[in-house]
Design a protein around this ligand. Structure first.
Ligand SMILES: *Cc1c(COP(=O)(O)O)cnc(C)c1O
Length: 420
C-alpha cells in the first residue's frame, strides 16, 4: 500500500486530488490515467515469482515490500489509488473496492460466516442485503436473527443467549442510520455485546453499512466497528452514473476480504475506479450542499399542513435515547429524509406523480434530488407487519436531497403537495 509521508493534519478533502499517485509514473500526467489493461508485464521472472508468493500467501510480505501489479482481478492502479484515498475519510488501514455495494456486503458475509454460525443484523436493512441474508445465507445453514434500534443491550444479549448459538455468533451487522427511517444503532454497544460472545479462537466481527450517512460525518471504526461498508453508488460516486462498493478496516480484515474478492472476481473495473476518483475530488462540497439543502427542506416539510411526520436526524427529540447515539456517532444530520403524507398511498402517489424537478427514482446520495415510495418500491419485499413495526407505512415518501437550489426543491415539493 502507498504510504507517502505527509505533513500532519492535512485533511482528506485536500488530498483527494493527488494522494497515492505520482505524475512521474505516467509520462507526467497530472491525473491518474485509466489503466485499461487486464495484465501487467513483470520485469523479470524472479519478480513475477515474488509477486505471486505474496499474492497467494505462500510467504509473508517483507517490510517495505510492495505487492507488484499482476493481473486486474487482483490489483490495478485505478483501484489501489482509489482504495488509498477512501481510507483517508474513515482513517482505515486498508480498503477493497467492489463492482457493487451488494458484492461488497456479500463478500464480507461469506468471508466471516460458515454453516452453523449465527448472524445478528439490525432491521430495517437495505432490501438487497435483507434478501441475501434471509433467502441465500439461510440456504447454507447460517442462522440469522434480526434486532431493532429500540432493543436494549440486555434484550439483545438475552435473545442471543436463548438461541443457544452464542458461541457461534460470527457477525453483528448494522445499518445505521437505517434506510428509510433514519433509526440509529449504537455501534459501541454492539461492540461490547460482540466482546461478550468472544472466546479463545472465536471472535465476533462488528460490521456497519454506513452508506446512508456517507463517509464524511460518521466513522464507525472509531466507535469499535471492525468493518465499514459503502455502496459507492450513492454519495461516493454521487452522480448516479455508476455502481460500486467498498469495504474498509484493518490490514488483517482487508487481506481476507481481498483474498475472497480475488476468487469471486467481483472487484470494480479500472473505468469505474477512475470515475470514483473523479467523484471523490468533490465529495465534501457536494455532501455539504446536500446537507444544507436537506435542513431547509426538512424545516419546510415539518411546517406543512399535509405532512404528518418528518423522519430527519435533525429532529430527534433531545430526551430520547436515539439523540444520545446521534450526538456520539454523527457530526451532521446528512441529506436523507422521509416524510409521511396525511392520507395514505393515493395522496403519496399523487405527490410523487406531480413532482416536476425532483425525479421519481430509487437510489440516493447523488447530485440530483430523488423521491420514492419505500413501502411499495425499495422495501416491497419486507413483510407488511415488519414494515409497520419499523414505521414504514404507505404514507411515506423518501427523499434524497441533491445540490439544486434549496428554494427550487422546496418550490417543487410545495406545488406537488398542493395537488392533494
Ligand atoms: C444501495 C445500497 C446498497 C447496495 O448497493 P449497490 O451499489 O446498489 O449494490 C447497500 N446498502 C445500502 C444502505 C444502500 O443504500
Amino acid at each position: 500500500m502507498y504510504s507517502k509521508k505527509l505533513p500532519k493534519n492535512i485533511k482528506p478533502e485536500s488530498l483527494m486530488m493527488s494522494y497515492g499517485y505520482e505524475s512521474k509514473w505516467s509520462e507526467g500526467a497530472v491525473k491518474c490515467p485509466i489503466f485499461q489493461t487486464s495484465t501487467f508485464a513483470f520485469k523479470t521472472a524472479e519478480e513475477g515469482k515474488a509477486f505471486f508468493e505474496v499474492a497467494y500467501g505462500i510467504r509473508e510480505k517483507k517490510p517495505n515490500e510492495n505487492l507488484g501489479l499482476i493481473y486486474s482481478r487482483l490489483n490495478n492502479p485505478d483501484l489501489e489509488i482509489l482504495e488509498n484515498r477512501l481510507c483517508l475519510w474513515d482513517q482505515a488501514e486498508d480498503c477493497a473496492v467492489f463492482e457493487s455495494g451488494m458484492s461488497a456486503i456479500a463478500t464480507v458475509l461469506l468471508e466471516y460466516l460458515k454453516p452453523g454460525d449465527l448472524l445478528v443484523y439490525s432491521k430495517p436493512l437495505y432490501g438487497g442485503t435483507d434478501h441475501f441474508i434471509n433467502h441465500f445465507l439461510t440456504k447454507y445453514g447460517i442462522h440469522v436473527m434480526g434486532i431493532h434500534a429500540d432493543h436494549t443491550r440486555d434484550e439483545i444479549v438475552q435473545k442471543i443467549e436463548s438461541s443457544g448459538l452464542g458461541d457461534r455468533l460470527g457477525i453483528i451487522y448494522m445499518e445505521t442510520p437505517a434506510n428509510p427511517t433514519n433509526a440509529l444503532m449504537d455501534i459501541s454497544m454492539c461492540r461490547d455485546i460482540g466482546h461478550q460472545f468472544t472466546s479463545d479462537g472465536h471472535s465476533v466481527q462488528i460490521a456497519v453499512d454506513n452508506t446512508y450517512m456517507g463517509p464524511l460525518w460518521s466513522h464507525p471504526l472509531s466507535h469499535g466497528a471492525d468493518i465499514v461498508i459503502y455502496s459507492a453508488t450513492k454519495y461516493i460516486g454521487g452522480h448516479s452514473d455508476l455502481i460500486a462498493g467498498a469495504v474498509l478496516g484493518s490490514n488483517e480484515v482487508i487481506q481476507r476480504i481481498k483474498g475472497l474478492r480475488t476468487f469471486l472476481g467481483n472487484m470494480a473495473g479500472p473505468w469505474t475506479g477512475w470515475l470514483l476518483m473523479r467523484s471523490l475530488e468533490t465529495l465534501k462540497p457536494r455532501m455539504e450542499i446536500q446537507m444544507k439543502n436537506a435542513a431547509k427542506v426538512a424545516d419546510f416539510l415539518l411546517n406543512h399542513e399535509k405532512v404528518e411526520k418528518v423522519f430527519y436526524l435533525g429532529f430527534i427529540p433531545k430526551e430520547s435515547g436515539q439523540y444520545a447515539i446521534y450526538q456520539k456517532q454523527y457530526s451532521s444530520a446528512g441529506a436523507m429524509l422521509s416524510f409521511d403524507i396525511a392520507g395514505g398511498e393515493s395522496p403519496a402517489f399523487a405527490v410523487l406523480n406531480s413532482l416536476k424537478l425532483i425525479q421519481l427514482a430509487v437510489s440516493l446520495g447523488g447530485t440530483e434530488s430523488l423521491a420514492e415510495h419505500p413501502y411499495s418500491m425499495t422495501h416491497a419485499d419486507v413483510p407488511i407487519d415488519q414494515k409497520h413495526a419499523m414505521g414504514i407505512s404507505d404514507k411515506m415518501i423518501r427523499l434524497s436531497v441533491g445540490i439544486e437550489d434549496a428554494d427550487d426543491i422546496i418550490w417543487d415539493l410545495d406545488q406537488a403537495l398542493s395537488k392533494i
